[in-house]
Design a protein around this ligand. Sequence first.
Ligand code: NAP
Length: 304
Amino acid sequence: MFDVLILGGGPAGLTAAIYAQRAGLDSAVLEKNAAGGQITTTHLLENYPGFPEGISGYDFSMDLLKQAERFGVSFIQEEAVKVSLEGEVKSVVTDRNTYEARTVIIACGVSPRELGIKGEEEFRGMGVSYCATCDGAFFRGLPVAVVGGGDTALEDALYLSDMASEVYLIHRRNEFRAQSYLVEKAREKENIHFVLNCVPVEIAGGFDLEKIAVEDKETHEIRALDVAGVFIAAGQIPHTEIFKDSVETDKAGYIIAGESTETNIPGVYAAGDVRVKTLRQVVTAVADGAVAGTNAYNYIKGIR
Ligand code: NAP
């Protein structure tokens, strides 16, 4: 039995592990993929304090993992499929084993939202991508589209503008959700073209992806943009499906937990992008991890 079982090996989960293990708890991180979470695909983490030149998301993740392993955290590469969280002993069933723990920290993060339009599935991995930094290099010298109006879409457009010939930034409104400095930076780029107040309706092509069709929300006119790649940055969906019968979530599926990271179940905490919060950033994820790891310690020791 572990003292703390942490579900998810991104910045929140790894930081929770560092805090818990360093405090003397026996901690394990369960992660179905490699360690690091979503941030591993970020080209440059520019706004994490303490790195004046920025740091690549991958390097940052690997350093976090090294730090957790130095304290003796166990890293288990398995997928949690079922949980039982009530009572003093929690259990987590994975695709291979069942683990027991006195506390559980949910740090499962989020995954990209799909548009659900024609051609999206057909061209997935063949021109349709959800990660500009992973796949951008395949489109060097070619025209691409980015769908979305949040920070990710703007960052993706900026990143792609250095390698693609043209970048069409397709957003369904005239105003952006993204931070204004990113919008300004994108406006300064000659090869980023704003396609606003338009919704994507179809992705099409022959063997290769060739077009994305967009509908103007006011005129209902449909026009096709010639592109070789479509990068979808339409927000995220929290990985909370297996918790929904026991842990309280909001309508969108984010776990209801405040800054204390405490959920409705004693000894169960939610850290990082998976919980209801206003700012989903690495810096807030690691802060959550620190709080959750410390609160797991306090819970086990009967403090507070
Ligand atoms: P987001 O902020 O939720 O933005 C999603 C965008 O996609 C919105 O503009 C939304 O339009 C659009 N959208 C949603 N569904 C759509 C659909 N079916 N069709 C077309 N467009 C659709 O998501 P995000 O950009 O991935 O950011 C997620 C979080 O990470 C945010 O808190 C963000 O601040 C943070 N983040 C921060 C940084 C940074 O600071 N460097 C970088 C990346 C992400 P509407 O605006 O009309 O809803």
